[in-house]
Design a protein around this ligand. Structure first.
Ligand SMILES: Cc1ncc(COP(=O)(O)O)c(C=O)c1O
Length: 402
């Protein structure tokens, strides 16, 4: 395939410098592969940071989106949008929850969750509601979501932070019980089922079950941020389903639209009637193009068994990585679920991102020392083997020299 001639080869000088970018401009993709403007080919182990569920230029998604673009891209939420009903119904069917609000990004979905929690508190007479949040959490970069985030680097320079958060360590039930005893204003617990940016840190399933119980007993909302780990990535539609529980509020985004910007907050009965007309809104959220992308993504995932694929190929990839790094000093752990995998090293390893790109593999390094793989859910067993074949020698080389 030829690259479109209009692609820039370097970041444009007018774009603000918010990312440490590689000097690589991508021109096009197909399946789990992308090409840069020089014609170099890469295996996509990053999926646009857990976004490209169906890979690139999926033959079932492309015609559906083309048809939608030629029909109706955007109207406004002043009118009924039947595709919103369709996507909400599907998300409710898959999650066992009861309603959805649509927006365009993960942070927006989380903002909606935080507003739901506060209003839930106000509605029951708590004037200064507090929300339990977590160390190492990442919920976005708006002022409220970065305040909920447990990473000083993300917060630095943006104070004063939003108040009303109490922070606890992950998987520590005693910490929750202590907050419950000491703080009558708590209204919700807000966490990622599997932390993504924090280094691929899974909640223990028994911890989630215990949290569900505490939230029921205390009349708190259990709010699970599945922006990164949801939509089939772990081998279940939503990662918390491994624990056999349901949240009251579940923000989604990333993989739901296979690359078309979309966010959603899906809610159960306890949160269904917290918002009324005028309480929340967004111009772009729920527009026909993004809704069609969501509907088609879920349809194609079901039709092609992609959740099952994520479970199977993910297990193989994790197993092969564990084998490749077994006994290798410097590799702390290979962990995750399905196609959400982290390889923790004992030292900062940001340079692996550059070296992998040079070797034709896209991935990211998060929390300084965790190599993250979140590829498209269409990844084949053969492509998984190619990831290991590229990555294993790179990691060995890196550890031997640093
Ligand atoms: C768990 C989680 N929540 C929220 C966000 C923020 O999403 P967005 O970048 O779409 O605002 C992210 C992004 O990485 C995330 O991983």
């Amino acid at each position: 395939m030829n690259a479109p001639a209009t692609q820039p080869t370097r970041p444009m000088p007018h774009v603000l410098n918010t990312y440490g970018r590689l000097p690589v401009a991508l021109s096009h993709g197909r399946g789990c592969w992308v090409w840069d403007t020089n014609g170099k080919k890469y295996l996509d182990g990053l999926g646009g940071i857990a976004v490209n569920t169906l890979g690139h230029a999926h033959p079932k998604l492309v015609p559906a989106l083309q048809e939608q673009v030629a029909t109706l891209i955007h109207c406004s939420n002043y009118y009924e949008v039947p595709l919103q009903e369709q996507l909400a119904a599907k998300l409710c069917e898959l999650s066992g929850l009861d309603g959805a609000f649509f927006c365009s990004t993960g942070l927006e979905a989380n903002e909606a969750a935080l507003k739901l929690a506060r209003k839930f508190g106000h509605d029951k007479g708590i004037e200064r509601p507090e929300i339990i949040v977590y160390e190492k959490a990442f919920h976005g970069r708006s002022i409220a979501t970065l305040s909920a985030t447990g990473n000083a680097k993300v917060q630095a320079g943006f104070g004063p932070l939003v108040e009303g958060f109490v922070r606890v360590p992950m998987n520590d039930l005693a910490a929750i019980e202590q907050v419950a005893r000491e703080n009558p204003n708590v209204v919700a617990v807000f966490l990622e089922t599997i932390q993504g940016e924090g280094g691929i840190n899974p909640s223990r399933w028994d911890y989630l079950q215990a949290l569900r119980k505490v939230c029921d007993e205390r009349d708190w909302l259990l709010m699970l941020d599945e922006v990164q780990c949801g939509i089939g990535r772990t081998g279940k539609w939503f990662a918390h389903q491994w624990a056999g529980i349901r949240p009251d509020v579940m923000p989604l985004a990333k993989g739901l639209g296979s690359g078309v910007p979309i966010g959603a907050v899906v809610v159960g009965p306890k949160a269904l009637n917290i918002f009324g007309p005028g309480n929340h809104g967004t111009t772009f959220g729920g527009n026909p193009l993004s809704m069609r992308a969501g509907v088609e993504t879920l349809r194609i995932m079901e039709e092609d068994g992609l959740m099952e694929n994520a479970a199977q190929v993910g297990a193989k990839l994790m197993g092969d990585l564990r084998q490749a790094f077994e006994g290798l000093a410097g590799v702390v752990e290979v962990r995750g679920q399905g196609l959400m995998i982290g390889i923790e090293l004992d030292r900062p390893c940001g340079v692996i991102l550059n070296r992998a790109a040079e070797a034709g593999l896209m991935l990211s390094v998060t929390a300084d020392r965790v190599i993250r793989l979140v590829p498209p859910l269409i990844l084949s067993a053969d492509e998984a083997a190619q990831i290991v074949a590229i990555l294993a020698p790179l990691v060995r080389q890196f550890l031997s020299e640093s």
